[in-house]
Design a protein. Structure first.
Length: 79
């Protein structure tokens, strides 16, 4: 069974405190907008690593591709 965007959203939310979280996708390829205070002071690669850690083995086993925009609440408010 392919994961749904809602399922991927719950996976991320369970492992990372998000103030805003959007996930879209087709079961294999997903896009996400993730807003978290945990991203403050971190480079983009470090932010992505936090998301990958939240997803754990699901990133290898269930999710084929995840394109993400990772923002702090301040960055998100400026958009």
């Amino acid at each position: 069974m392919l994961p749904t965007p809602e399922l991927v959203k719950t996976y991320i939310a369970a492992g990372l405190d998000c103030s805003h979280l959007e996930v879209d996708g087709d079961g294999q390829h997903f896009t996400a907008v993730i807003v978290s205070t945990a991203f403050a002071g971190k480079r983009p690669i470090q932010r992505h690593q936090l998301v990958y850690a939240a997803l754990g083995d699901r990133m290898r086993e269930e999710i084929h591709a995840l394109s993400m925009k990772t923002l702090t609440p301040e960055e998100f408010a400026q958009q």
